[in-house]
Design a protein around this ligand. Structure first.
Ligand code: UDP
Ligand code: MG
Length: 321
């Protein structure tokens, strides 16, 4: 992993993705400011306006008069929450980067405790866990319970609540994690390849005051597709040959065995094998086997470009002492 040249200038950066949250920002930003001031450390609040069509930007500008440490980043159009987080991470100057919903669902009062846990345990990520979620069970909590189980199982990073926006990151994690699609939910799993220390802590969940959630059930489907991508990325991106090669060898050797059996049958007993479905199967399996192995080799080439283009190293150093 490539470290940015500039070391953090501030103690804390809070990143807020904002999409039509005018009413909520009005009370949330002052509440957040209060908690951050109480910590007595240098901080910045980065509000990333994700192409809002309501008065969010005007509201933020007004709030900035009271809170000069508020930075307003405006997207040209709606790029989605993952993009907003990424922009916030890229622009952040804090040693610790905190992400939250801008709708007030996460409680700023939880921040001091999460920071304490992070510092005492030398964690790189402390992830919020909404133990008592206020959202509807069938459409939101059940799908996310299932998703959390699957993500935990397939990535090895077991958390109760991947979907909670309130998370605290060491700046190296925020600066180096590469996000696409809807992958912001999976940052702890994605970051696990850097060898980060992750833990979770219970946080408060509050109902949204104004507006409604930007997500619905169709999100769940997209999250499942992202899960497939991420499982593959985490397990095989550095060794695609292990994945495709194994399938190729299995298929190829069964095909070969069948072919051998048919050949011997023909040679020893002289029966006709030309019209046997088994012959077709043998040919199919052999071709599939060759294709899989070739895909594995191509994957190996791609994986090398993948690492080099991103300037990624195959290791990551925690510290030099
Ligand atoms: N959000 C965003 N871009 C989007 C959708 C949402 O920046 O395209 C922001 C939204 O303003 C909020 C956060 O992402 O601050 C989470 O969205 P929401 O509260 O609708 O999701 P939920 O909490 O219901 O999962
Ligand atoms: Mg929300």
């Amino acid at each position: 992993m490539k470290e940015p040249v500039t070391a953090p200038e501030l103690a804390l950066s809070v990143v807020l993705p904002v999409y039509n949250e005018s009413g909520n920002l009005e009370t949330f930003i002052p509440e957040l400011s209060g908690v951050l001031r109480g910590l007595g450390r240098s901080y910045e609040i980065i509000a990333v306006d994700d192409g809002s069509t309501d008065a969010s930007v005007a509201t933020l500008r007004r709030l900035k008069e009271q809170e000069p440490r508020l930075r307003i980043i405006r997207f040209r159009r709606n790029f989605g929450q993952t993009a907003a987080f990424t922009a916030g991470f890229d622009l952040s100057r804090g040693e610790v980067v905190i992400t939250m919903d801008a709708d007030g669902q996460n409680d700023p009062a939880d921040i001091p405790r999460l920071l304490k846990i992070m510092e005492e345990g030398e964690y790189d990520i402390v992830s919020g866990w909404r133990q008592e979620r206020k959202e509807p069970f069938l459409s939101r909590r059940l799908p996310s319970m299932i998703a959390n189980r699957i993500i935990g199982h397939s990535t090895g990073v077991v958390l109760h609540d991947y979907g909670c926006s309130l998370k605290v990151y060491h700046w190296q994690v925020a600066k180096n994690v590469k996000l696409y699609g809807e992958l912001h939910r999976f940052i702890p799993a994605l970051a696990s390849e850097m060898g980060v220390r992750v833990t979770e802590a219970p946080v408060n969940d509050r109902p949204r005051r104004y507006g409604k959630s930007k997500y619905n059930l169709s999100k769940t489907v997209r999250v499942i597709l992202d899960l497939l991508t991420i499982t593959f990325l985490l397990n095989y991106v550095a060794r695609p040959m292990q994945f495709f090669g194994l399938a190729g060898l299995a298929s190829g050797s069964v095909g070969f065995a069948l072919g051998l059996y048919l050949t011997l049958l023909k040679l020893l007993t002289g029966v006709d094998i030309g019209d046997r479905p088994l012959l077709l199967l043998a040919i199919l399996l052999i071709i599939l086997g060759v294709l899989f192995v070739m895909m594995g080799l191509l994957g190996e080439l791609l994986s090398r470009t993948y690492f080099e283009v991103q300037g990624k190293t195959i290791y990551m150093i925690r510290a030099e002492e």
